[in-house]
Design a protein. Structure first.
Length: 445
């Protein structure tokens, strides 16, 4: 396996061959499983922040509640269990990857139902516990799903799988974003106060039922071929193989350059993640209606992200991941400045469409290239654990900083906040340049 796509040239596929990859069975499965992965995220972050703001929860509290997302930042802690530990009976029937996928999906459905039955205006604690359960189960699903994706195709097809995964993911975000807002808006009783818990309850119960698509996909999908692992003689031997070996393998292959790679991973999406927590409160405070936010940001915006993911996947295969990684980083930071300008316009749907077009297109390009880059770093023998480490590093610092976003907005306003998030992306450009120039070892998949 080539661990850093920028240093060892791969044969270029023709445009026809590059496009044909998207019709392969593995790509179609990742489209459906990507939907299952994308559904929970907005329901505990973006859409939930809209619900909480409408219920009268202050921005500082909403920002702090975003720390629920730190479950994604620490998923590497239990990723060795997902990588190695069998689930009684279920793993024997379905295999290691599919059994963990199914279990996590069932927990997500139960937790979303619990959130639907809670009114945050009356009591916030049960909502927080439900969101934590969704985040924990969703992070577990991501661990198993990332490993499933990496083990389902060779290195050259990882960018295409990343793009189809992102497509399914973004389609789910349309449903979990626009779908929730549309359902809630139409479930409201006319001539009643603007906030109605019953409307949100209906919307979240529909979202819980929507996880059935992921369950069916897992039941109908094949288990990927896996390398045989030597049985552990005792607990210490198991811990060595499950916990120590995956991280030691990464350090052994990259040595001092591991710090550079981890630094890049930790900062690459910082601009988008920190900014994203305050996006929905921003829309509420600017006077945008549920239908306007649903149509522009949750449907049209996600379509633009899908276009960006498709472009990013094709360009990564044609011109190399590191070049597109740099392009995505530049665009992601720059488009945050457009939100700073939008804050001065107030309620302006046309301006919102322009900003969302640029922001989501760049986000799709960056995501496809970044997922392909992370996939290229893993050793398939430890795919779940190593990919969980990388994707956890991607979220840990950004999610921590995002928890203070509400306080920043309360103190300085939206325009300075969006400008500050753009500046956070500047160091990323240097890290990509350094990583692209470094020479790293390679090991077989």
């Amino acid at each position: 396996m080539t661990d850093t796509p920028s240093t060892t040239p791969q044969p270029k596929l023709s445009w026809t061959e590059s496009l044909r990859v998207y019709a392969e069975p593995a790509s179609i499965r990742m489209l459906l499983l990507g939907f299952s992965a994308g559904l929970p995220l907005l329901l505990v972050f973006g859409t939930l922040s809209f619900w909480l703001r409408e219920a009268g929860i202050n921005r500082t509290t909403i920002g702090h509640l975003s720390w629920v997302g730190l479950a994604y930042g620490f998923k590497w802690v239990w990723s060795p269990l997902v990588d190695r530990m069998p689930i009684p009976l279920l793993t024997r029937l379905m295999g290691r990857r599919r059994s963990w996928l199914l279990l996590s999906q069932i927990v997500i459905m139960a937790a979303l139902t619990a959130m639907a039955l809670t009114d945050p205006k009356l009591t916030l604690a049960p909502m927080v516990w439900g969101a934590l359960m969704v985040a924990f189960a969703s992070a577990t699903q991501d661990i198993a799903l990332d490993a499933y994706r990496i083990e389902s195709a060779d290195t050259e097809r990882q960018a295409a799988l990343a793009a189809t995964y992102q497509t399914g993911y973004r389609l789910a975000m349309i449903w979990a974003g626009a779908g929730v807002l549309w359902i809630a808006a139409r479930a409201e009783v006319a001539d009643v106060a603007s906030y109605q818990h019953s409307a949100w309850q209906t919307a979240y119960l529909v979202m819980a039922a929507s996880m059935v698509l992921g369950v069916l996909t897992v039941l109908l999908s094949p288990e990927p071929a896996q390398r045989a692992m030597p049985p552990a003689k005792n607990l210490a031997d198991w811990l060595q193989g499950a916990l120590v070996a995956p991280f030691a393998d990464f350090i052994r292959r990259y040595r001092w350059q591991a710090a550079l790679i981890l630094g890049l991973i930790a900062l690459y999406r910082i601009s988008d993640v920190v900014m994203g927590i305050m996006a929905n409160p921003f829309y509420v405070d600017m006077g945008y209606t549920k239908d306007e936010v649903a149509a522009v940001t949750k449907v049209y915006g996600v379509i633009m992200t899908l276009v960006g993911a498709f472009i990013g996947g094709v360009l990564s295969m044609r011109f190399g991941v590191m070049r597109i990684l740099m392009l995505g980083a530049i665009l992601s930071a720059a488009t945050n400045l457009l939100f700073a300008g939008l804050a001065s316009y107030g309620h302006d749907v046309t301006a919102l469409i322009v900003v969302i077009s640029a922001d989501n297109l760049s986000s799709g390009i960056a995501s496809a290239a970044f997922i392909a880059y992370l996939s290229s770093l893993t050793n398939i023998q430890y795919s779940a654990t190593q990919y969980a480490l990388f994707s956890s590093m991607m979220l840990l610092l950004p999610k921590f900083l995002a928890g203070f976003s509400g306080e920043f907005v309360d103190a300085f306003g939206y325009s300075p906040f969006f400008t500050a998030t753009a500046l956070l992306g500047v160091p990323v450009l240097l890290l990509i340049w350094l990583a692209s120039r470094s020479k790293t070892a390679s090991s077989p998949r």
